[in-house]
Design a binder for this molecule. Structure first.
Ligand code: HSE
Length: 315
């Protein structure tokens, strides 16, 4: 028997981690979205509450969670509808996988609600459909991390294949972002500045760093992960979109971070901290001060890598 109501929690995520554009993703312990799915006779209805709820579209075809819900009802010929109530805990438009969390929660929740028996890769494939609504492309890095937890590598898009590795226990993560309103199509814009072709030297640079970063997760080496978080292709093209970019980086490294990069499509900046060597709270406030030197108010916090989506309630 299908369930009538499911509540799912799905975490914020950071994508790319420097050299892994559309390939690397990391789930964060905080913040998260909570999504309650309730069966209704037909169609998809979206309701949004919580942080910046007014900025999020409720037309199902414009909302990442709505796109995923409609797609699943159709693909599995489910003769029912679903009401999606999103309680936003993740600020949208800053590069912390806010839209991905809601989309991931819907795919994860409907899999349980209707006992679809999908494995996590199949759930990620469905959740990634929602990213078209916010990014114009089904990039799976954020949704994969939101579903699988910890660190993910999108090994292949066609067919979708994912490698999932645990994050080191000594790893902490700092996030800082300026409090300036971002455009609704911010991710699409940030993707439009990415170069279409890459010189071989930059390819060599990024392959080396990406391989080292993955080795860092495989061996639990936080310093290696942070040092390898350097991108010669996408980040230099996007840096101009972030006021204070250079200063934030400089401040984070001076305060003891082992690496700094743009979180996903930005404008949030992300740094990795080895808790045996530095204080994440100090790194976070140094990053905030970096933005403030550039004349913009900012918010910063420290967290850790986190788990993937989970069911909170089901009836
Ligand atoms: N990989 C994507 C990008 C993440 O960088 O555009 C967007 O959140």
């Amino acid at each position: 028997m299908p369930h009538n109501q499911v509540t799912v929690k799905a975490p914020a995520t950071t994508a790319n981690l420097g050299p892994g554009y559309d390939v690397f993703g990391l789930a964060l312990a905080e913040p998260s979205d909570k999504v309650t799915l309730t069966r209704i006779p037909s169609g998809v209805r979206i309701e949004v509450a919580g942080i910046s709820a007014a900025a999020i579209p409720t037309a199902p075809e414009k909302n990442t969670a709505g796109v995923v819900a409609a797609h699943i009802l159709k693909e599995f010929s489910l003769k029912t509808g679903v009401h999606v109530k999103i309680m936003k805990g993740i600020l949208p438009g800053i590069g912390l996988g806010s839209s991905a969390a809601s989309a991931a929660a819907v795919a994860y929740g409907l899999n349980h609600m209707f006992s679809l028996n999908l494995n996590s890769t199949q759930v990620v494939r469905l959740a990634a459909k929602g990213e078209v609504a916010s990014a114009g492309f089904e990039h799976a890095d954020n949704v994969a991390a939101a579903i699988c937890g910890d660190f993910v590598i999108i090994k292949s898009y066609n067919p979708l294949e994912i490698v999932n590795l645990k994050a080191p226990v000594d790893m902490e993560v700092c996030v800082a972002y300026h409090n300036v309103k971002t455009l609704r199509n911010k991710t699409e814009k940030a993707r439009s500045v990415v170069p279409k072709q890459v010189p071989i030297e930059k390819l060599v640079h990024n392959v080396g760093k990406a391989a080292a970063l993955a080795a860092g997760f495989a061996t639990g080496n936080v310093d290696l992960i942070g040092e390898a978080m350097q991108d010669a292709v996408v980040e230099p093209a996007r840096a101009f979109l972030i006021p204070g970019y250079e200063r934030v980086k400089e401040n984070a490294l001076k305060a003891g971070a082992c690496g700094v990069t743009i979180s996903g499509a930005g404008p949030a900046m992300l740094s990795i901290v080895n808790k045996k060597k530095a204080d994440a709270a100090k790194v976070a406030s140094a990053m905030k001060a970096g933005f403030e030197c550039a004349g913009v108010e900012a918010t910063a916090f420290a967290t850790k890598p986190g788990k993937g989506a989970c069911i909170m309630e089901m009836e």
